[in-house]
Ligand binder design. Structure first.
Ligand SMILES: Cc1ncc(C[n+]2csc(CCOP(=O)(O)OP(=O)(O)O)c2C)c(N)n1
Ligand code: SF4
Length: 245
């Protein structure tokens, strides 16, 4: 089998750190757009985290959003252009801190969009501050002794939280730390897009991803950190599949 570059990805060198999960998630999103033949009518939104340069990599329309505002921007685009396929691409700081309101209300309204949520348990781009998803005991530049439950509260589990909202169609948590997980992640992302093609409403795919740079460990150790630490706190699985398809 020949491993070819996906058509939807541009021929630009990556700016991501070695061992970062963002590049893998980009590839999976691009493969799904390519295979579904929807590139010409897809509009993505870029976050203001490490994936801020999403438009450098994707050969489809991408709009840059203010931090956390992607679900609101995507709502506007989709309502004006219901024939377009609209996705957001957001980090945990973007989606679960600064954009909490936008996320919850877009989900609750059942907006027919696809949300790709990259959970690396930290603020990557700004140098490793604590995120809403930072785990108890995990060190960050703003929790140097480790996140404490009493001071900072436990990590926010986005799929579990949103599963209570009637408007939500589909929620799945996947990971990109092994070949098996990458294959599952692609299936979930593809379903997020096919749900939108079928007008089913709000789909969110949470992807557990590596940030070796701000976790201050080697790429190989980061893969183990997702497996051994993150998956215990953020169990993989389907959290909601309203129409059961
Ligand atoms: C309203 C606003 N607040 C803060 C920032 C600064 N800022 C830029 S990126 C970032 C953290 C991004 O972390 P995350 O969303 O988890 O994405 P990652 O870089 O880890 O992929 C912050 C706080 C900003 N750009 N806009
Ligand atoms: S800081 Fe972390 S999330 Fe950002 S590019 Fe580097 S490894 Fe990836």
């Amino acid at each position: 089998m020949e491993f070819k570059k996906t058509k939807v990805l541009k021929d630009n060198p990556t700016h991501y750190c070695p061992g970062c999960g963002h590049g893998i998630v980009h590839r999976l999103v691009a493969e799904c757009i390519d295979e579904l033949g929807i590139r010409e009518r897809t509009i993505g939104t870029a976050p203001v985290g490490c994936a801020v340069l999403l438009y450098n990599y994707f050969d489809c329309d991408i709009i840059e959003c203010s931090h956390g505002r992607s679900p609101a921007t995507a709502t506007g685009i989709k309502r004006v252009h219901p024939d377009k396929i609209v996705f957001t691409y957001q980090g945990d700081g973007d989606l679960a801190a600064i954009g909490t309101a936008e996320t919850i209300h877009a989900a609750n309204r059942g907006e027919n969009i696809t949300v790709i949520f990259v959970n690396n348990a930290i603020y990557g781009m700004t140098g490793g501050q604590m995120a809403p998803t930072t785990m108890i005991g995990q060190k960050s530049t703003t929790s140097p002794r480790g996140r404490g439950e009493n001071h900072e509260g436990p990590p926010i589990k986005v799929c579990e939280l949103l599963s209570k909202l009637d408007g939500v169609e589909y929620l799945e948590r996947v990971a990109v730390n092994s070949a098996k997980d990458v294959r599952r992640a692609k299936k979930a992302i593809r379903k997020g897009f096919t749900n939108q093609l079928g007008d089913k409403g709000f789909s969110l795919i949470e992807v557990l991803s590596m940030c070796p740079t701000d976790w201050k460990i080697k790429p190989a150790e980061a893969v183990n950190f997702v497996e051994e630490d993150m998956k215990k706190v953020f169990p993989l699985g389907v959290y909601k599949n309203r129409s059961g398809d």
